[in-house]
Ligand binder design. Structure first.
Ligand code: GLN
Length: 539
């Protein structure tokens, strides 16, 4: 197999080729590293690409493959499907000895002293880490424009955002730099960038994956989950990382189903799963200001499900409207507590003012180290937690959170297997179009963050294009229903296997090869200058 071809394979196709001896982990790693290094100038999806470490892991994976092959078919098939497969990690996941910036200046120079639980699990599976991906600072954002290390371009149109906060992880998979990557989702940061980049992304049930070794944003909402270019690959990655870990007391002792590795390969078999299933279509998710063409794609997807034998009925989740407000009290409150640890002494960046006292150093470190959005969240959070406001805001938000969860419980109790909804009200938007107005940016997550508030699993899968840019369909299930969601998503994927948009390469990718072209930061600056010149342009 030619080295140039292997980046176009899905992870399960790579796994088959490895077992058949048609390729090696080193060949896979090398081809993906070459592509990532060549295109990172144009995409800025990676904060570090670690060729040396990746090749060491790839060689170790090849050695294991060789001895398994000698031991026979059973040993070969006992290897995890991720064995020898390149993976990208969002740069808030600790890898021993490596950087872990969380997209912030304040963690510049910090080296992780240990592996995250999921990194241990992926090492056991034999996965090969190519590097760390770009992200919004401390995972706060919906566009990846709030990274201290510059924005990321969307491979479909380099002048638009990939979504956030896991924008680097999503762009890297969409651009074929890796078949798989990991992100975190606190209010939508896996599903929304998956939708905007035209790939699959899942936020598992709260407690499904251990957060040990992950930089915390809002601890009652954060979950880790997979990005992939198809549903089977995403399920295999979740299989590798899910499960109880005593070091994260919120990780649940729920068994990880072996069937996650056995989703049907055959399209007819996959689609047959839909017969007799019931889906709810939450009316409140068709929010005001939603792009009408995105709505059209969602309604067409519903028709696909119905034609395949499922019933889809409208359902009401009446407290949806309060999701945004309660999230923006809860998440900043928890963030303000979690971010108190960046004091200039224990981690990374540190300012020492000559002769000044400790408090002055602390203020200077945080003043320099944090970006504007992070400071905004810390202020919102400390305000909501301060004496006199705690009951009015924080406690009230927790009560509304219970009501949001109850809406979902009632829908599932009424017999719906899952809910079907848009992932994001719009497709990828141009750089700068929402940064001046925090509320318009926050609205990007109106359809995803209630799911985090309720602790439920949700998956985004590609369902077509709007003016050449990908649209995501979201499926939401009861707690611990990841396997069912993957089956439903696999069925939808099978139904649309013949669609014209399915095999398309991201349209901007051809431009990403130009080593002399503009960086995402230069594109953003150029657009900002153009917007400032346009008469009457919104600022
Ligand atoms: N966009 C939301 C925020 O800025 C969600 C981010 C996330 O899921 N990490 O908080």
């Amino acid at each position: 197999m030619a080295a140039a071809d292997v980046t176009r394979l899905l992870a399960h196709e790579m796994a088959a080729a490895l077992r058949a001896g048609e390729t090696t982990a080193r060949e896979l790693a090398t081809a993906h590293l070459d592509l990532a290094e060549r295109q990172n100038h144009a995409l800025n999806a990676w904060l570090v690409i670690d060729r040396e470490a990746a090749l060491l892991q790839a060689d170790a994976a090849d050695a294991t493959l060789t001895s398994a092959r000698r031991a026979g078919t059973v040993a070969l098939h006992a290897l995890h499907p991720l064995h020898g497969i390149p993976v990208g990690l969002k740069d808030l996941i600790s890898v021993e000895g490596g950087q872990c910036t969380a997209g912030s200046r304040i963690l510049e120079g910090y080296r992780a002293p240990y592996d995250a639980h999921i990194v241990e699990r992926l090492r056991e599976a034999g996965a090969v880490f190519l590097g760390k991906t770009n992200m919004d600072e401390f995972a706060m954002g919906s566009s990846n424009e709030f990274s201290a290390y510059g924005p990321v371009s969307n491979p479909w149109d380099l002048d638009t955002v990939p979504g956030g906060s896991s924008g680097g992880s999503a762009a890297a998979v969409a651009a074929h730099h890796v078949p798989l990557s990991l992100g975190t989702d606190t209010g939508g940061s896996i599903r929304q960038p998956a939708a905007l980049c035209g790939i699959v992304g899942m936020k598992p049930t709260y407690g499904r994956v251990s957060r040990y070794g992950i930089v915390a944003f809002a601890s009652s909402l954060d979950q880790i989950g997979p990005f992939a270019r198809d549903v089977r690959d995403a399920a295999a990655l979740l299989h590798a990382i899910a499960g109880r870990d005593a070091r994260d007391s919120t990780s649940a002792p729920i068994p990880v189903e072996a069937e996650l590795l056995d989703l049907p390969a055959d399209d007819d078999e996959a689609a047959a799963w839909l017969r007799g299933r019931r889906f709810g279509l939450p009316r409140e998710y068709f929010v005001a200001g939603m792009d009408p063409d995105v709505e059209r794609r969602i309604r067409e997807s519903v028709a696909f499900l119905e034609n395949a034998g499922a019933t889809v009925d409208e359902v009401s989740l009446p407290h949806t409207d309060y999701g945004l407000a309660t999230y923006y009290i809860t998440a900043p409150a928890e963030a303000s507590a979690n971010l108190a640890r960046y004091d200039g002494i224990r981690y990374g960046h540190s300012v020492r003012l000559d002769g000044a006292d400790f408090i002055a150093d602390y203020l200077a470190t945080r003043g320099e180290g944090f970006g504007a959005e992070v400071k905004r969240r810390i202020m919102l959070g400390t305000y909501a937690l301060s004496a006199g406001y705690y009951d009015a805001f924080y406690v009230k938000a927790q009560k509304v959170r219970t009501l949001i969860k109850r809406d979902f419980d009632e829908a599932f109790a009424a017999g719906f297997d899952a809910l079907v909804a848009p992932t994001s009200p719009s497709v990828a938007f141009p750089f700068g179009s929402k940064t001046a107005d925090p509320v318009s940016m926050y609205l990007s997550d109106a359809c995803t963050l209630p799911v985090n508030m309720a602790g439920l699993p949700g998956i985004s899968i590609p369902c077509g294009l709007s003016e050449g840019l990908p649209v995501g369909l979201q499926l939401i299930g009861p707690a611990w229903s990841e396997l069912m969601l993957f089956r439903a998503a696999r069925a939808f994927e099978a139904l649309t296997a013949g669609a014209a948009w399915r095999g398309l390469e991201p349209a901007g990718i051809a431009d990403a090869d130009a080593a002399s072209g503009p960086t995402p930061g230069e594109r953003a600056a150029r657009l900002a200058a153009g917007a400032a010149l346009a008469p009457g342009a919104a600022r």
